[in-house]
Design a protein around this ligand. Structure first.
Ligand SMILES: [Zn+2]
Ligand SMILES: [Zn+2]
Length: 643
């Protein structure tokens, strides 16, 4: 057999016999590497160790230390879980598992009764036994008939039905470990012993194929890691995430209320409204500097507009539609601002002299999501975006991308986010416009990102249906990535609306159109931000910025004077003059995440001072300051949105 050549990460080229597997290549590099290998990576994709390598491939061996190893480990743990369930409940039928890029995996089973917490403990214990057995995973390529015969002989009717989902022509592979076999593409670790630690998290009912007319299956969720230490760290993070869950914090701090009477549509309570308005006012305050003009289009628009924009076809089921009072009148509830902004653009002739035109809008938007898919503020039916649409000359796109990055940096700094990751999302399966326009737009965006000095990732197929986008991800304190800012290039709408401007040459041209948001939807942003801060908003955004706490009744009057002075300086302040101990008042203010407690006792009364205890300086001795200086300091810090 002739040799093929494999390129290694260090630049070396290795000659191996044709048909060599990833694991065999690893063995050629070194026995230690082969022992630790859990998968291979070719062109950014994880591949199974048992898969043959093609000539010229650039191959990287993934070991347990690689962050991507978790994915392979968790997918392998899925099989181990299914094996454990079959050992303990032989009548159970297996359906399919799923492990996405999160740290969870799941598998669905058809069983006689739902799993109890005790069942999960037994299954987890059985999984540990299987892990300890260390049986190797083997991969077999079979024909469709062979797979069908095997699954039928095992009585796995659900799995047998899943076999028909595999498109004709695609290779069909089985993975075995011990006596357990599953239909699967892989990749898998070498043997069950490489699954260092497992933990089952939860079980819940789930319809087969997510279809309510189908039988209810039982889904088990679990997680797995290369080591117990990593698993413990992960479980700690889950606990912390529960403590910070925005739905819980939102109730504790009286920010908002979600009611079954209006699924996915938050009731903002007074304190939540302060935060909401604080964000809107902040973004709005930047509009003059960045050249935006605020507009407001109607909430109810005739269907014709959405037919022009393409949303009527592509987005129909996600919108609310009404019959108007006029004969045959069909109205859509605004679900996005772009069609309205296109309408404003075309109201009169536009010249290159007024471009770029940047229209911004904070209107409420409504999307018809199924109530089962809604979660707190993170997934809603009613939302507002810090939305804007930029109409510009095609040559201006790059400078608009730069301007967007500047705006974004300024906003994220005031909110205390550091470190962003930027990627361009490319053409999805279903799209409007011409592929050539897409390619060009994707290229323009990626170049602009790089020229702005950022590394540019690629999110393949994740663009909107009307154009590619730049997505900005931030990490929260729990290490979770959130996409916040987006800048989308629209290759469809300007053409569909027939938008034109008179260019420098006196002729008509089609403007480029960009959709941009910095916070994204305010609701989703609030969900993230509450969890990121645990409800400890920066001073400028806190619903109550200062609590004035008197020590005894003697300072009640002075306390009121302090409150009034701070209020006059534009501070959101409350007076706590109750007949309670100071420690109690301070603790209560801390639980409400109030940034500063201004203590007033006899000394403060005598000297005209306050003693501020700041959240950020907990435990440090607080020094009294003159009331006027304190008010001035706060006024200034709030105006500057210092974090
Ligand atoms: Zn598998
Ligand atoms: Zn838009």
């Amino acid at each position: 057999m002739s040799d093929i050549h494999v390129r290694l990460p260090d630049g070396r080229t290795l000659a191996v016999p044709a048909g060599s597997t990833v694991l065999e290549v690893a063995g050629k590099i070194g026995p230690r590497l082969a022992k630790d290998a859990v998968a291979g990576r070719i062109a950014g994709r994880l591949v199974d160790l048992r898969a043959p390598v093609e000539d010229g491939a650039a191959l990287e061996i993934v070991t347990g230390r690689d962050p991507a190893a978790g994915e392979v480990i968790r997918h392998s743990a899925e099989h181990v879980m299914a094996d454990a369930v079959k050992r303990l409940f032989p009548a159970a039928q297996i359906d399919v598992g799923r492990s996405d890029h999160s740290e969870k995996f799941q598998y669905d089973f058809k069983v006689e009764r739902p799993f109890t917490p005790e069942d999960l403990e037994r299954i987890e214990a059985e999984m540990r036994r299987i892990v300890a057995e260390g049986a190797p995973f083997t991969r077999e390529v079979v024909t469709r008939e062979q797979a069908a015969a095997l699954l039928e002989s095992l009585g796995e009717t659900l799995k047998r039905a899943r076999l028909d989902d595999i498109p004709a022509g695609e290779p069909i592979t089985l993975f075995r470990h011990g006596a357990f076999v599953d239909l699967c593409r892989g990749p898998h670790v070498q043997h069950t012993g490489q699954i260092g630690a497992v933990k089952l998290l939860d079980a819940a009912g789930a319809y087969w194929r997510g279809d309510e007319s189908q039988p209810m299956l039982q889904r088990i969720y679990g997680t797995a890691f290369a080591s117990q230490k990593e698993l413990d760290l992960h479980l700690e993070r889950i606990e912390e995430a529960k403590r910070r869950d925005h739905r819980r914090v939102g109730v504790d701090l009286e920010l908002f209320h979600i009611d079954p009477i209006a699924p996915g549509s938050p009731f903002y309570l007074p304190k939540g409204m302060v935060v909401y308005n604080g964000l809107v006012e902040f973004i709005r305050s930047l509009y003059p500097k960045y050249g935006y003009q605020e507009v407001m289009a109607p909430q109810l628009l005739r269907a014709e507009l959405f037919k022009r924009s393409g949303h009527y076809d592509k987005f129909h089921d996600d919108m609310f539609w009404f019959a108007g009072a006029d004969e045959g009148e069909e109205l859509g509830v605004k679900a996005m601002n772009c069609p309205g902004h296109c309408r404003i653009f075309e109201l009169r002739k536009r010249s290159y002299r007024e471009l770029p035109l940047r229209f911004a809008e904070f209107s409420r938007l409504h999307r018809n999501e199924r109530s089962g898919a809604l979660t707190g503020l993170a997934r809603v039916r009613s939302m507002a975006q810090d939305d804007a649409h930029i109409f510009c000359e095609p040559e201006q796109v790059e400078s608009e991308v730069n301007r967007f990055f500047e705006l974004m940096s300024e906003v994220y700094q005031a909110l205390g986010f550091s470190g962003v990751r930027i990627a361009v999302s490319t053409r999805p399966g279903e799209f409007l416009g011409e592929p050539a326009d897409w390619d060009k737009a994707e290229q323009t965006l990626a170049e602009a990102v790089r020229r702005a000095g950022y590394e540019c990732g690629i999110k393949t197929g994740e663009g909107a249906f009307y154009g590619p986008k730049v997505e900005v991800d931030v990490d929260d304190v729990l290490g979770r990535a959130w996409t916040l800012a987006t800048l989308q290039m629209d290759v469809a709408m300007p053409g569909r609306f027939g938008l034109r401007y008179i260019g420098r040459d006196g002729a008509e041209h089609q403007p480029a159109m960009l959709h941009r948001a910095v916070l994204g939807s305010l609701e989703r942003f609030l969900a993230l931000y509450i969890e990121h801060t645990g409800g400890e908003f920066p001073l400028w955004l806190a619903p109550v910025q200062v609590v004035v706490a008197s020590i005894t009744d003697r300072q009640a009057e002075y306390g009121a004077r302090v409150r009034d002075a701070l209020q006059a300086a534009g501070v959101r302040v409350q007076l706590d003059a109750r007949n309670e101990k100071l420690g109690f008042k301070v603790r209560e203010a801390e639980l409400q995440k109030v940034p500063i407690v201004a203590v007033v006792g006899d000394q403060e009364l005598q000297n005209g001072t306050v003693t501020p205890r700041r959240r950020r300086e907990r435990g440090k001795g607080a020094e009294p300051v003159a009331l006027e200086a304190f008010a001035e300091e706060l006024r200034e810090a709030i105006a500057a949105r210092r974090v």
